[in-house]
Design a protein around this ligand. Structure first.
Ligand code: ATP
Length: 729
């Protein structure tokens, strides 16, 4: 009997015949309409063009998910799709004996991941890496997966337990609107773009119930508080308070309707994300009570007024710059809202204090107008970044479970997508660097390690070439010299360096590196990095300063004087240990730059990922205008090419998608020791043995089982090692 066609084993007779018919048709003639191909490994031949055509055909039919071997491709529908994420559908995938036989969906990935934890497939901890460029749908996907786990991993036991579980699940879900309100913003690429990276660990107990979660965030783009590119916006929360405050709150927060704020560009644009009520409700569920919320919003209003403070040059260099007449009121209001002495607030921006000599004598020097502006912006960034970190810690203490109550986790990684704007700076360099690291994780884990293992195992294998992004990573972070090391060195040397000098330094020191380009047409000093997802031009102006991220000590000292309860907590007068910002403001600052901190946190993240079984979801943006029903071939093609999807499909089609250690396999499939080899098939197929007295570990399988398992279905099993193939149905 034919056991396999095109990689599919057959189930019951009737089912088998129907499936066989379909498989045969597909195998022989490729007659199946493209949009019905659920798995891109079945596209024939597998080329960029055929893959593109298949995805387009499916998109036209409103089919947004397609398997690509080990990866799930998720096309952004840019519209509401009824029932696509309904709780009933979640249950259907959860209850299915073989979820992978249902239509491709993020719930298949969610369920498979969940079952891996259940069946203790090592490593027990799992991760789902959601990648794609900005606006491709990563945050949406992560959010839906969290909802999925909140449903399927809910505690079904006693009423009391159920309540607890619900509280935890609801709180975990409530962390999303809060973090998005404070950490997302409208950019040119995405109206709800995450301006920070997030790894959320969903913690499961032995019964696979969710007992808690922990969130780790990465590099918030805090510069956005004080500086927004044209046509972009500040963080959503600022618009929410301005649009959603009640009359009473407007009075308290000094936000009369129609007030113009320099740091609130495009206030007329109205987004779904501007819903203040949702944020407040979610904060409440996370344990942030109304008085604390009001305190937070009052401080944010204080920042908006601070942004309206503008300085004029002083005629006498020995005297501080003055505040523009019509913005004096903003200093007063800001001081009032932040509960700071007005004079001190003003002087902290106008005057620099220098300590020098053995006795640390104090000198004061008036700042230039540009310096006043920088210090004003720095103050706002400092407050906002601390507030964001504090919110994350509150969220964590609200959702985190006692370490004894969980045994495994499923990690969801949603980091900012690859970005290329007309102007790119240190933020984009870090974001794109993170994307390069994740791409490398995929390349190393899947494209390279897998093929190397097949070779070692003696499997017949013709090596599939793939685009390795190691050269780009060498350029960015390599040792001894790379772009990061050069930017860090400029910070360490603490010498005046112009944007043009930095460009020359990068170009001359790294000349000849394959991924370094130079845009000769550009008038502004810049350099080009050819990333796996495309070339990006980075402007060198301000790069070193942003990397240093200095905080003048006067600013921290000022905030320690605040009478505001929230600021008192964020800036304690006698902190137990000095923060990085405080250290960087001192003259003998350790060389811990933004880039080095980011690099260290990325390494940590990759270490965590490395110790989990990864699952991949590739989000694809069908068009850059965020329009439904528009599939722009060129744009999709670039994304497919960049992530090496065709190579992934080739390897998946010919390879072995599931890997199980021998010990785990024996645990899971103890039953099979009762099976004996069927020698007549010539394939080494197996049939159930009537009786087996062979002890576990010495039965007929054990000597020949590999860690490579081509497919384990819930009703059947197919194994291969080298030239031996074993099929059990
Ligand atoms: N599955 C979906 N169904 C409907 N709309 C979607 C879906 N996925 C994404 N979208 C739409 O696309 C927008 C962008 O998605 P999302 O914010 O998830 O992108 P992202 O990849 O996280 O981007 P960034 O890297 O900028 O944070 C969403 O705000 C939503 O409007």
């Amino acid at each position: 009997m034919l056991q396999q066609v095109n990689g599919h084993s057959l189930g019951s007779d009737a089912e088998g015949r129907a499936s066989l018919k379909g498989d045969l048709r597909e195998f022989l003639g490729g007659e199946i309409p493209l949009h019905q191909l659920d798995d891109l490994t079945k596209v024939n031949p597998v080329t960029l063009e055929t893959v593109l055509r298949c995805l387009q055909a499916r998109y036209t039919e409103d089919i947004f998910y397609t398997n690509a071997g080990c990866t799930l491709v998720a096309l952004n529908p840019f519209k509401h799709v009824p029932q696509l994420y309904a709780p009933e559908l979640m249950q259907e995938y959860h209850a299915a004996p073989q979820p992978q036989k249902l239509k491709p969906h993020i719930f298949t990935v969610g369920e498979q991941t969940y079952r891996n934890v259940k069946s203790l497939i090592e490593p027990v901890n799992q991760s789902i890496v959601v990648s794609g460029e900005s606006g491709a749908g990563k945050t949406w996907t992560s959010r839906c997966l969290m909802k999925f786990y909140a449903v399927v991993a809910a505690s079904p036991t006693s009423c009391e337990n159920h309540k607890i579980a619900e509280r935890i699940e609801q709180r975990i879900l409530n962390s999303n609107p809060v973090m998005e309100a404070f950490g997302n913003a409208c950019t040119l690429r995405n109206s709800n773009s995450s301006r920070f990276g997030k790894f959320i660990q969903l913690q499961l107990n032995r019964a696979q119930q969710m007992t808690g979660a922990a969130v780790q965030t990465y590099l918030l783009e805090k510069t956005r508080v004080a500086c927004q590119a044209s046509s972009e916006r500040n963080f959503h929360i600022f618009y929410q308070i301005c649009k959603g405050a009640t009359e009473d709150e407007r009075l308290q927060w000094h936000l009369p309707e129609g007030t113009a704020f320099s740091w609130l560009p495009n206030p007329e644009s109205s987004l779904e994300e501007d819903c203040f009520e949702v944020t407040r409700e979610a904060m409440l569920h996370l344990g942030i009570d109304t008085p604390t919320q009001n305190n937070i919003f009052k401080v944010l209003a204080g920042l908006l007024h601070l942004g309206n403070v503008h300085f004029v040059d002083s005629e006498d260099e020995a005297l501080p710059c003055q505040v523009m007449d019509d913005t004096k009121v903003s200093v007063r209001t800001s001081a009032l809202l932040l509960q700071l002495p007005e004079k001190m607030l003003l002087e902290s921006m106008q005057i620099r204090t220098i300590k020098a000599g053995r006795q640390q004598q104090v000198f004061q020097k008036p700042c230039s107008r540009a310096e006043c502006d920088t210090r004003r912006d720095c103050l706002a960034k400092l407050i906002y970044a601390r507030l964001f970190d504090w919110l994350v810690s509150v969220i964590n203490s609200s959702i985190c479970a006692d370490s004894k109550s969980w045994t495994a986790f499923i990690g969801l990684l949603d980091v900012y997508g690859f970005e290329s704007f007309p102007k790119n700076s240190l933020e984009q360099l870090c974001i794109n660097y993170a994307n390069e690291k994740l791409q490398q994780h995929f390349v190393a884990h899947y494209l390279r390690a897998q093929q190397e293992e097949y070779e070692v195992e003696g499997l017949e294998w013709s090596f599939v070439n793939y685009q390795d992004n190691q050269t780009c990573l060498d350029l960015l972070e390599g040792s001894p010299i790379s772009i990061c090391s050069l930017i860090n060195e400029e910070c360490r040397l603490n010498r005046p360096s112009s944007a043009a000098q930095l460009q020359t330094r990068i170009e001359s020191t790294l000349a000849g590196r394959p991924c370094l380009g130079h845009n000769k047409l550009s008038r502004e000093p810049s350099f080009v990095v050819v990333h796996f997802a495309g070339p990006v031009r980075y402007h060198t102006a301000g790069l070193v300063e942003k990397n240093k991220d200095p905080v003048p000590p006067e600013l921290t000292e000022l905030l320690q004087q605040s009478q505001d309860p929230l600021l008192t907590m964020l800036f304690p007068a006698n902190p137990e240990e000095k923060t990085q910002e405080e250290l960087s403001g001192q003259s003998r600052a350790p060389a811990l730059t933004v880039v080095s901190k980011f690099k260290a946190s990325l390494e940590q993240l990759l270490q965590v990922l490395h110790n989990t079984t990864p699952h991949y979801i590739r989000c694809i943006k069908p068009n850059s205008q965020s329009q439904p029903q528009s599939f722009l071939q060129e744009e999709v093609l670039n994304q497919l090419e960049a992530c090496g999807l065709v190579e992934t499909i080739h390897i998946s089609a010919a390879g072995f998608p599931i890997r199980v250690s021998h010990q785990n396999f024996m645990e899971r499939y103890k039953l099979l020791r009762r099976l004996r080899p069927r020698t007549s098939s010539g394939l080494g197929g197996l049939e159930p043995a009537k009786e087996s007295s062979a002890p576990l570990g010495t039965g007929p399988f054990c000597g020949c089982l590999s860690s490579l398992v081509s497919s384990i279905c819930f009703g059947g099993l197919c194994l291969q090692r080298g030239t031996r193939q074993l099929t059990v149905v």
